[in-house]
Design a protein around this ligand. Structure first.
Ligand code: ACO
Length: 322
């Protein structure tokens, strides 16, 4: 009888920072508009020769180091991304190669902004079923490559980055009640046109750009997030009062605040990085986790809820005893 515990986390942000004022020189927008509607002040953007697998590898090395391990201790890599280096192979296999790992398995997961939470749930069940001992779970994106930089309604919202987590299978009766306690995953393809990319290998043969009905996304977000968070609490037989940290997908300050309010989570318990990172899709949750571990907020034994919602729609939450 196995469970999975978190051994370490890490993140990497590309060097180049683009501020709202920088964007205001390219499209008809302003720092005031972007800040008021989204809480975003700046975003990091990958260099031209920097790929998703590069960001992922750097985040992975930091997580492996934080775990006190070496790359060869890893036998499963699950990488959540919407912006793989190439249509195939999976970026996870490139990360595996970069890390010099030749055993075990590596594959990508595509659930857009919810990808990291889907990846945690997937790695958790793989490890519990004996399909490996230690998994590297990564969320990595170069979302800037999917942006129409002339469309002010989308280009101001997103950024690039990567975050990683090492999960390890241990006997269920060890390590107190630490571990991934529950996950709740949902999707509904009827909503696809509200948030999608207008290209792809099978439709246009191009990469395409992000297209979004912002108001429609906003309208559904808080309700969907609350549903999966409540379900994850219920499955683990825990309550919101027991929660130490709420680490939401960082799409937009107003969605984060709306979900926190609906779920009655005090704002001091909510980790926010959207001001500095913007929306980095699958990378946002692991980067926020890593920031909060690094600055000493999230500590061993804390009860942490992660959640996300994104294109598809997909939406998901996981409750973790850190
Ligand atoms: N700068 C200045 N003006 C802008 C900008 C901009 N960057 N973008 C849009 N506008 C204008 C619009 O053209 C519109 O002008 P009009 O009234 O003259 O037509 C006006 O601002 C209002 O536009 P709305 O789209 O109605 O603005 P809204 O208040 O809905 O805010 C926003 C837009 C921020 C996108 C909001 O809908 C939102 O947060 N939606 C959620 C979307 C989201 O977070 N997506 C991320 C991906 S999904 C995920 O990760 C969950």
């Amino acid at each position: 009888n196995l469970k999975t515990i978190v051994r370490g986390v890490g993140h990497y942000l590309p060097e180049q920072i683009v501020t709202n004022d920088d964007l205001a020189q390219r499209v008809d927008t302003s720092d005031e508009w972007i800040t008021q509607r989204t809480g975003i002040k700046q975003r990091h953007v990958a260099a031209e020769n920097e790929y998703t697998s590069d960001l992922a590898t750097k985040a992975a090395l930091r997580a492996i180091e934080a775990a006190g391990l070496t790359p060869n201790d890893i036998d499963l890599i699950v990488l959540a991304t919407t912006t793989p280096d190439r249509t195939f192979p999976a970026a996870a296999t490139t990360v595996q190669r970069n890390l010099g790992i030749h055993h075990g398995a590596a594959f990508d997961i595509q659930a857009v902004c919810s990808g990291f939470v889907f990846a945690v749930a997937t790695a958790d069940s793989h490890l519990k079923n004996g399909l490996g001992k230690r998994a590297l779970v990564i969320g990595a994106e170069t979302f800037s490559r999917l942006l129409d930089w002339e469309d002010r309604t989308t280009c101001v919202l997103f950024g690039d980055g990567a975050g990683a987590m090492v999960l390890e299978a241990v006997p269920a009766d060890q390590e107190d009640d630490r571990g991934v306690l529950s996950s709740s995953l949902r999707s509904d393809g009827d909503h696809w046109e509200k948030l999608y990319v207008d290209g792809g290998p099978s439709t246009t043969g191009t990469v395409g750009f992000v297209r979004m009905q912002g108001r429609e996304v906003f309208r559904h977000a808080v309700g969907m997030i609350s549903d999966v968070v409540e379900e994850a609490f219920e499955k683990a037989d825990k309550t919101v009062e027991e929660l130490d940290w709420f680490v939401p997908h960082q799409a937009n300050r107003r969605i984060i605040d709306g979900a926190g309010k609906k779920l009655r989570i005090p704002s001091e318990k909510v980790v926010v990085t959207v001001d500095k990172h913007a929306n980095t899709s699958a990378a946002s949750v692991p980067m926020a986790l890593s920031v909060a571990v690094e600055d000493g907020r999230i500590k061993k034994g804390d009860l942490v809820m992660i959640e996300a919602m994104g294109g598809g729609f997909t939406w998901a939450a996981s409750l973790i005893r850190w």
